[in-house]
Design a binder for this molecule. Structure first.
Ligand code: ZN
Length: 148
């Protein structure tokens, strides 16, 4: 087993994509909070989100495949995950993918035209963690992460 160091472990985590948004890694989503040679601490995006178990399993498989079998995964529920933890790179990838990464203080921004003249259509988007929104400027529907 290779001697683990946090940079190598982080590099492995950067290859683990979110199961619902395959363009953003768990690192860019801000799910990975801390990496040490012994453990990885993650905070799920939404408590009760079915993707959480999938994410943890994906991280486990990636670590094992890279030889970091001894690295533990710890789940920290507090402080709660916020969209502020999404990196700039992650936000850019989300926008490119057509998902608005919300600024909690503002209305949802349309990923198509950038308009903030938007409305929530349904609390239930394509997955339980997203709500469906529609842009009133270009009338395009889009998914938005639900905020707490
Ligand atoms: Zn629009």
């Amino acid at each position: 087993m290779p001697e683990g160091n946090s940079a190598d472990i982080r590099a492995v985590l950067e290859t683990v994509m979110d199961p619902e948004i395959p363009v953003v890694s768990v690192v860019d989503l801000g799910i990975v909070r801390e990496v040490t040679p012994e453990s990885v601490r993650i905070t799920p995006t939404y408590s009760g989100c079915p993707a959480t178990e999938v994410i943890e399993r994906s991280i486990r498989e990636a670590l094992d495949a890279a030889g970091f079998c001894a690295v533990k995964i710890e789940t920290a529920l507090a402080p709660a995950w916020t969209t502020d933890w999404i990196t700039d790179q992650g936000k850019a990838a989300l926008n490119a993918y057509g998902i608005s990464a919300p600024d909690l203080a503002k209305a949802a921004t349309c990923p198509q035209c950038g308009s903030t003249d938007t409305e929530e259509v349904s609390r239930f988007g394509s997955t339980p963690c997203k709500a469906q929104w529609r842009c009133k400027s270009c009338l395009e529907p889009f998914d938005r992460f639900k905020c707490h």
